[in-house]
Design a protein around this ligand. Sequence first.
Ligand code: FA5
Length: 340
Amino acid sequence: MTDDILEIYNSVKVSIDEANSQSDLDEIRVSMLGRKGLITDKLKGMSLITDLEEKKLLGKSINEVKNFIEEQLSSKRSAFSEKDFLESLKKTHVDITLPGRQPSVGAINILTQVEEEIVSIFNSIGFGVAEGFELDDDYHNFEALNIPYYHPARDSHDTFYVSDNRLIRTHTSGMQIRLMKDIKPPIAAISPGKVGRRDAIDAKHSPVFHQVEGFLVDKNVSFNDLKGILELFCQRIFGSRTQIRLRPDFFPFVEPGADLSATCVVCKGVGCKTCGYEGWIELMGAGMIHPNVFEHVGYDPKVYSGLAFGMGVERIAMLKYGITDIRMFYENDISFLKQW
Ligand code: FA5
């Protein structure tokens, strides 16, 4: 190492040892390795040396000093970073005794809760559960339920077709057909699920809503059984004082058919805004399964008889909790949803 290179080495070593901050190190780097730095100068000056041996030795010693400076700067820099970090920790005081923030906990949606309650009531009296498909075909949604293509009842079930033959099911009744085709009587089942219709939205109607279908087929099933089962269901879900009312109604897949209303839980039958001052709220369609439906599934209508019903889950929830507008279920207003 030549004298001047040795001198540079000694002085830079002292400067790095004495450096107290990242900016001291920056200064050393610029003064040594920057564009006009001492080491850079020395490297440039080598082009003037003609003696090859001398050039080689000088180049080697300049590079040794250059590497030394780079290594020292880098290790000192890491030491400073760690020191800075520890000092910043001391400044930002963390109080580990503060209680943690409570994460907000979700809850099961009110409609799911009501659907589960409906299912468990029917489970307790021997009905099995089968979920169907939200998209169904024309045959299961209409044809096999005694609603041929020309039947006016299709108008009230106007829906969303995804192709000529596939549609968003308009009710859960199609599950009667699928289950009866698979299982021989006696059979008692319910089928909950989502359905869709081209209904205009108002306080009691939504184009997407939920239904629970139920049916029972055996020998000697009577309208009395239907009434008894539905009365028991309404009293379990709304309270033991609830009365039911069955009035004749038409559904092509039952004969006779009825609609079932229950006494309004808000006014106990006296009449109020919730029930439109009638004292009753309509909850479901029901009836005795039509012989034509039995023909479609291969059951002998002379041997078997059956009852069926289909209720709207939203309507049950509205009646149970005094909710006056169906739209509240879908608005995702947390203050509404977290009540349950
Ligand atoms: C039917 O859907 C029949 N499949 C029910 C049935 C099953 C009858 C078995 C006989 C035997 P309906 O269109 O009335 O019937 O609908 C049944 C229930 O779904 C209604 O009582 C109501 O509670 C609910 N509902 C009907 N349309 C809507 C709607 N747009 N929004 C919310 N709930 C509705």
